[in-house]
Design a protein around this ligand. Structure first.
Ligand SMILES: [Zn+2]
Length: 326
């Protein structure tokens, strides 16, 4: 998958009207059944998307594992090697939090990262929307993982786009309720990449990093305050004049989320995504959707919001409900 050699022009042209979405069974099966992380959300969401009216507008693809050299764009070699040979210490595993640890997590992580890169390559080539049905692993730092994140798919994809795909400027728009601390730190000195994080001020990570733009929202905020801040983030994003937008689309700002501390409704979340799609579409920019967090208990409210996210992206700009004013 290095250097874009895996991109076949014919298939890009033929499928330009479909929303390409990467998925692998390991997204669920690569996590231990007893892990606290809601691993079932991936296969449950796939089943719902498969049964949806939007399915004919989706091209669901299977990623290859990432070439491990590409991980080094954003990560320390020693950390990468130790993870891939199952030699992380217990403390390091605990900090990642996807415990109990299972060796299947190595293949899962490589496929998840591969899905992010393939989605990025596809978006750049087709100048459209694409997505990975996992990831948005924004808490992963250069030499350690944290908060359910092993490697940082946003940072690796952004650097891959700049170094290998001819992209000049990348904006990372992180609307997950948690701050994109790993992304901010890894990319702190990258002038061609703009990091923007909208997050709850009193949520994890409690020691925040410094993004290019941090827009913190008070706990318990509802749709109006949330969407106003998202609007500001989008203005900042477009003022950077990116050639590519990477969207961390976590839905954990939902009121039903167990970890979010915000009170955004399903409709507010949907409106958020539509604001992003609108702004990106108006500028004719490629967009990659990274799934991000969603921890409602039971998981249904998160699944509803992820379902809206991917079906609206697939139907864009012809999705079904009337649009309000932006
Ligand atoms: Zn989150």
């Amino acid at each position: 998958m290095g250097g874009g050699e895996g991109l076949q022009k014919e298939s890009v042209v033929k499928e330009a009207t479909s929303f390409a979405l990467w998925y692998h069974p390991l997204y669920t099966a690569g996590l231990h059944p007893d892990a606290r992380f809601p691993r079932d959300r991936y296969e449950l969401l796939l089943a719902r998307l498969e049964a949806s009216k939007a399915r004919t507008h989706m091209d669901i693809r299977t990623p290859d594992p990432i070439d491990k050299e590409l991980l080094l764009l954003a990560h320390d070699r020693d950390y990468v090697e130790r993870f891939l040979t199952d030699n992380l210490g217990e403390k390091e595993q605990k900090r990642i939090g996807l415990t109990p640890w299972t060796p299947a997590m190595i293949s899962r992580t490589l496929c998840l990262m591969g899905g992010a890169l393939e989605a990025t390559e596809h978006a750049v080539q087709s100048r459209g929307f694409s997505g990975n049905m996992a990831g948005g692993t924004h808490h992963a730092h250069r030499d350690f993982g944290s908060g359910y994140c092993v490697f940082n798919d946003l940072a690796v994809s952004a650097l891959h786009a700049i170094k290998n795909l001819g992209v000049k400027r990348v904006a990372i728009l992180d609307l997950d309720v948690h701050q994109g601390d790993g992304t901010a730190t890894i990319l702190a000195h990258e002038k061609q990449i703009c990091t923007i994080s909208v997050h709850c001020s009193t949520n994890f990570p409690f020691r925040k990093s410094v993004s290019d733009h941090d827009l913190a929202i008070p706990a318990q905020s509802e749709d109006e305050g949330y969407l106003e801040t998202v609007g500001q983030a989008l203005e900042t994003c477009m003022a950077f004049e990116p050639d590519l937008v990477l969207f961390q689309a976590g839905v954990d700002a939902l009121k039903a989320d167990a970890l979010g501390k915000l009170n955004v409704s399903r409709e507010g979340m949907r409106r958020r995504n539509q604001l992003v799609f609108d702004a990106v579409h108006q500028q004719n920019l490629p967009l990659v959707i990274f799934m991000g967090g969603g921890y409602a208990k039971p998981i249904d409210a998160s699944l509803d919001a992820f379902f809206d996210l991917f079906t609206d992206a697939a139907m864009w700009p012809h999705y079904e409900t009337p649009r309000g004013n932006s």
